[in-house]
Write a new protein. Structure first.
Length: 350
């Protein structure tokens, strides 16, 4: 694993952030999913199958999640899309920042569940927001928002004043209603704004991204686009995950912190807040141990949102800023890995 694009970006700060869970969606508790899968008498059914109803909370950390769609049901045009979630999160983040929309110079949209086959969500979301600025879509799996933050920093270094990153995921639309996948998936929108600042003490102290495409067929939706009858008949438009990636993912999570510490010239003791991608409870514990950071300093909101794919790390960042006093004068480390596989991280001084 080479330390790709490992460099600092000074004079950059996070001026706004927000998470979006619109009222037209539904909050689902584990018991609600028990009932969907096993019926109203789910307690008896799970007992007959020797299944522990508390396993998903106690072992994996999943308890609640936001759904815009019920897995296994037909997808309706009236349901919220990832674009709707992006637009709402962006609107809230702009309000949080206090920055006029006409001062946003670049927009990055992130999703693995785009509602449009050929349309970039970048210009699409810019249009929904009424912002006249260059805009692109980023898609590199669960690490997409590490890539997007680094790209935003590069744009600011090149002259942009404010860069909006907005992410939306509707994972429920690509999940089967089975115990392996349904409990893990959550939908969400999230956005942050990175801005130029005169304070040279603020910024990204170190950054790192990498990919290994040899695992591209081991996770994701295997069906080809445009949709074809063979993949429809064989239900190939649902998320699949192969455990064979675990060893490589462990290596990515283990090696990334050391690369970031070395480049930033700091140790784990100086990190005030560790913000990992929200996969499951086991992964959060593994990531914290690999980074040599206590769980007390680690953001883990899996019980509230489940796994929201690429949105997870920014949802945790928004939570860190709003609920853990990490918005100003703190040292944060963000790490994410997944999706075929891409991974990376950054250390930022707020």
């Amino acid at each position: 694993m080479s330390a790709n694009l490992n460099k600092p970006f000074k004079n950059i700060t996070i001026t706004g952030s927000a998470s979006a869970f619109p009222k037209t969606g539904t909050w689902m508790h584990n018991n609600d999913i028990h009932a969907l899968i096993f019926g109203t008498n789910w307690k008896e059914k799970m007992r007959e199958k020797n299944l522990d109803p508390n396993y998903y909370k106690d072992t994996l950390g999943f308890e609640n999640r936001f759904w815009v769609h019920t897995p296994g049901m037909p997808i309706l045009h009236t349901e919220l899309t990832s674009a709707d979630l992006m637009a709402e999160a962006a609107t809230l983040a702009i309000a949080d920042s206090g920055i006029p929309k006409n001062e946003i110079d670049f927009i990055i949209t992130v999703t693995i569940t785009s509602p449009r086959y050929s349309t970039s969500m970048g210009p699409y979301i810019a249009g929904k927001l009424g912002i006249n600025a260059p805009a692109i879509e980023m898609k590199t799996g669960c690490a997409s928002n590490i890539f997007s933050v680094i790209l935003a920093a590069q744009m600011i270094e090149s002259g942009a004043r404010n860069v909006l990153i907005t992410c939306g995921e509707t994972i429920t639309k690509i999940l089967k209603l089975n115990p392996r996948m349904a409990y893990a998936g959550g939908d969400a929108g999230v956005a942050i704004i990175l801005s130029k600042t005169n304070d040279s003490n603020k910024g990204i102290l170190s950054s790192y991204i990498n990919s290994n495409g040899s695992f591209s067929g081991h996770m994701g939706v295997p069906g080809l686009l445009p949709p074809n009858q063979f993949d429809i008949d064989n239900e190939n438009y649902f998320m699949e995950y192969n455990d064979s990636t675990e060893e490589f993912l462990n290596k990515a999570w283990t090696e990334t912190p050391g690369i970031l510490y070395k480049a930033a010239g700091i140790s784990s003791r100086e990190i005030d807040c560790f913000v990992p991608h929200q996969v499951n409870k086991k992964r959060t514990e593994y990531a914290a141990a690999a980074a040599n950071i206590s769980l007390e300093k680690t953001i883990h909101i899996i019980d509230k949102i489940a796994n929201c794919a690429s949105a997870g790390v920014l949802l945790a960042l928004d939570d860190a800023r709003k609920n853990h006093d990490c918005a100003k004068d703190k040292m944060l480390m963000l790490i994410a890995a997944g999706g075929g596989i891409s991974w990376g991280g950054l250390i930022i001084k707020t």
